[in-house]
Design a protein around this ligand. Structure first.
Ligand SMILES: C[S@@+](CC[C@H](N)C(=O)[O-])C[C@H]1O[C@@H](n2cnc3c(N)ncnc32)[C@H](O)[C@@H]1O
Ligand code: SF4
Ligand code: SF4
Length: 380
């Protein structure tokens, strides 16, 4: 790929016009849709799966997706449970793309095959976020590079942009550095983030020692400032550090307004932690706007995607400015790798240019952004 093209892509995620519209109007930017509650795994920290519930039908999902679009939502993040266990996941993706959504999917990757990735690509999926917590499985989480490393090769010729995201807790912390390194060294935008509490503010696993966690977050902030592809904004890394220190952060939660969730029963949820009984089919723009307010649950909030979108909406220049500077620092490395690439045979993966799927960071379980390319080394 030409160098200028490469540099252009570093910044292309910042679809200023598209995101700009949502900065000034009253419509939502993003919805996370639970395509199912069912899951093939049982991560100890997770409260977002329930195998007693059936999958929603394709017809219901399509009806909700249409409604989400009618509200003006630009991006849809397909989440769960495990999205790949839904038998119609490819049709769901295709439908989202037909309606013009920028579309991403978050998965544990266990059911991913070369064939399924090709089908999702054909359906128009732009971004896949694979969750990887450790190098090897543990009783707390089976999501490890042991399963995912052999699958990275599927992305070599895929237009789907890949991101890696891991959860940090006491069990994973000793391997978090290696997870980050494994992703970054292959050119994959990678993020690891602090485990969050359940809706009743309980942590289901040991979070780890505060000093060690803080040291690790600090190291990510430094790497981010140096231009490494840490797939979250400095604002969210700083936010996590403040959480650890028990410091107050001033922000206004835009969940339920600029971003919202729809459950696998079609219920409108403010976020993954705060649920309502209202059906998405009954939601109006006024209902959404009513959620533009500070919330009593803000202190200690671990829904990083909501924090991220809220900070972006509140302070776009500050958040975007730092991100653009961090990306600009990658350009010299690109220049040298471009001259090296004439002599070595690293292969660059072609990925779809996201059609406006800008997000400074995706933060957490709301789904990924689509603003980085993936380059896999031979070892991938
Ligand atoms: C609920 S999962 C659904 C998609 C898919 N099953 C997966 O694991 O990627 C979405 C994301 O939320 C993360 N997650 C789940 N529980 C969490 C918690 N308590 N704290 C932080 N992240 C969590 C998962 O690791 C995953 O990246
Ligand atoms: S984090 Fe994902 S894979 Fe793990 S139990 Fe929850 S839904 Fe399943
Ligand atoms: S503050 Fe956090 S938990 Fe509360 S509504 Fe906003 S995103 Fe959800």
């Amino acid at each position: 790929m030409k160098l200028l093209d490469k540099i252009g892509r570093e910044f292309s995620g910042y679809n200023i016009l598209e995101s700009g519209k949502r900065l000034i109007d009253r419509r939502p930017l993003q919805c996370s849709l639970y395509v199912t509650d069912r899951c093939n795994l049982d991560c100890a920290y997770c409260t977002e799966y329930d195998n007693s519930r059936p999958h929603p039908s394709l017809n219901d999902l399509k009806k909700w997706i249409r409604k989400i679009r009618e509200l003006g939502t630009m991006r849809i993040a397909l989440v769960g449970g495990e999205p790949l266990v839904h038998p119609n996941i490819v049709e769901v993706v295709r439908y989202c793309r037909e309606l013009g959504f920028a579309t991403s999917l978050t998965t544990n990757g266990f059911l991913l095959t070369r064939k399924l990735l090709a089908e999702l690509e054909d359906a128009g999926l732009q971004v896949m976020q694979i969750s990887v917590d450790r190098m090897t499985p543990s009783p707390i989480t089976k999501k490890s590079f042991k399963t995912i490393l052999p699958k990275l090769d599927y992305f070599r010729d895929s237009k789907i942009s890949l991101h890696i995201t891991g959860v940090i807790c006491a069990d994973t912390l000793p391997e978090s550095e290696a997870v980050l390194e494994t992703g970054l060294s292959r050119g994959i935008p990678t993020e690891v983030r602090l485990v969050h509490a359940d809706p009743l503010h309980r942590f289901r696993v040991d979070r780890g020692r505060r000093e060690e966690l803080e040291r690790f977050i600090d190291s990510m902030i430094e790497r981010k400032r140096n231009g490494e592809k840490i797939h979250t904004s400095e604002a969210i890394l700083n936010y996590q550090r403040s959480l650890l220190r028990g410091e107050h952060v001033e922000w206004t939660c835009m969940a339920g307004y600029k971003l919202f969730f729809v459950s696998a029963q079609g219920k409108f949820w403010i976020c993954s932690m705060v649920h309502t009984d209202k059906h998405i089919m009954d939601v109006t723009l006024d209902d959404l706007y009513a959620n533009y307010r500070k919330k009593s649950c803000q202190e200690g909030c671990g829904v990083y995607c909501a924090v991220s979108a809220s900070l972006l909406m509140e302070k776009p220049m500050a958040v975007l400015g730092k991100e653009i500077i961090a990306r600009a620092k990658r350009v010299p490395a690109m220049l040298s790798s471009s001259s090296r690439s004439r002599t070595d045979n690293m292969s660059s993966l072609g990925v779809t240019e996201p059609d406006g799927t800008h997000k400074v960071n995706s933060g957490t379980n709301c789904g990924p952004s689509a603003n980085d390319r993936v380059t896999l080394g031979k070892s991938a």
